[in-house]
Design a protein around this ligand. Structure first.
Ligand SMILES: NC(=O)c1ccc[n+]([C@@H]2O[C@H](COP(=O)([O-])OP(=O)(O)OC[C@H]3O[C@@H](n4cnc5c(N)ncnc54)[C@H](OP(=O)(O)O)[C@@H]3O)[C@@H](O)[C@H]2O)c1
Length: 324
């Protein structure tokens, strides 16, 4: 059932639907040895795609994953794409570097950062909002013609987080009064609310073209994302997760701390978004544990006026009109 959540390993989803990735061109951001994107790249490489474009800030980040893919699937072409998502000029440059790639079947935006100390990007935007969301808005805008060239069944996938349940877009003060009111968790929540709301509107706009668009909560995994998290915070999280402790979302609805899984389980929901045919009619939805989980979203994120306001703000902040 489309709305029945199930923690599954990627191998299970690949066994079921992996054939759909054969011969495809797949771009994945955020690739490094221990990251969710690194796991995803390894998993999808088993389906014999034509070309994997692995993106990171530095080529050294993808070399371990590339070596593993070349050893296990030598027929798959692997290409590195250098891109720093904290710099809009670099995102534009990276998109330009793909001029010779005529189509992208799956554009999978996984890279992200969680709860760093306050910092503004070169473009003057709080770093989590810029890296986790605005860079994706810009990248999708710039590469959409290539996804369209791939035709129906292609996908745009934006990895988000269960932190969306605690997050909203502060339209009037997205920069936290220049850092004075900065709360790293609130800012992470804001960036994830933005990711999910963007996908809602994009999915609606691309539905008639049958381009799949989903946001993904991959669950909780111990990856490089925890680099800014204190050991006390992490220990408390693990304890609350084990005991099934409840939290409340912005509507006051209770939900439990997510169980901690491996990256194979996290990547499974990303692959579900890319290829599971049973969810195609739910374009724009938020997926968790391999199921449509829109019922988990709160009022602010479901508000279509907020989707429109966010889109307009994103055009202003990136300096890129995105008409569809
Ligand atoms: N881990 C979890 O429990 C969890 C839960 C929910 C959602 N997520 C989401 O899953 C995604 C992947 O996270 P992960 O767990 O795989 O964490 P990770 O191991 O830290 O991977 C994140 C990747 O994003 C890259 N990145 C960060 N800033 C970047 C920038 N400015 N430009 C380009 N790349 C940048 C990192 O590269 P560098 O090494 O160069 O920084 C890294 O390769 C994130 O978007 C996160 O919000 C994770």
């Amino acid at each position: 059932m489309t709305t029945t959540k199930q923690i599954l390993r990627s191998e299970v989803i690949m066994e079921k639907y992996g054939k759909r990735l054969a011969g495809k061109t797949i771009l994945i951001t955020g690739v490094s040895d221990e990251s969710l994107a690194g796991e995803l790249a390894l998993q999808v490489s088993t389906a014999n795609p034509k070309l994997l474009i692995l993106s990171a800030r530095a080529e050294s980040k993808v070399s371990g994953i590339r070596a593993k893919i070349q050893a296990s699937a030598p027929e798959v072409q692997v290409r590195f794409l250098k891109m720093d998502l904290s710099d809009f000029a670099d995102v534009r440059k990276a998109a330009g570097d793909l001029a010779d790639v005529s189509q992208i079947d799956h554009l999978v935006c996984v890279a992200g950062v969680m709860m760093p100390p306050y910092c503004k990007t070169k473009d003057g935007i709080e770093s989590q909002l810029a890296v986790n969301y605005l860079a994706n808005f810009l990248l999708v805008k710039l590469l959409l013609p290539k996804v369209r060239a791939a035709g129906p069944e292609s996908s745009v996938i934006i990895v988000a987080s269960g932190a969306v349940r605690l997050g909203k877009m502060s339209f009037e003060d997205y920069n936290f009064s220049n850092g004075e009111s900065y709360d790293p968790m609130v800012a992470y929540g804001q960036s994830n609310a933005a990711r999910v709301m963007f996908v809602k509107r994009l999915g609606e706009k691309l539905k008639s073209e049958k381009i799949r668009v989903f946001s993904i909560d991959p669950g909780a995994m111990q990856t490089g994302l925890l680099r800014h998290i204190s050991s006390e915070f992490l220990e408390k999280f693990i304890e609350l997760s084990k005991t099934g402790q409840l939290m409340k979302d912005l509507d006051g609805k209770e939900f439990s701390y997510p169980p901690i899984t491996g990256t194979s389980e996290g990547a499974a929901t990303v692959i579900t978004g890319m290829v599971d045919p049973t969810i195609a009619e739910y374009n724009g939805s938020y997926l968790y544990q391999n199921a449509v989980a829109d019922q988990d979203l709160h009022t602010h994120v479901n508000d279509q006026d907020n989707w429109i306001r966010l889109w307009e703000l994103s055009e202003d902040l990136t300096g890129e009109k995105f008409s569809l």
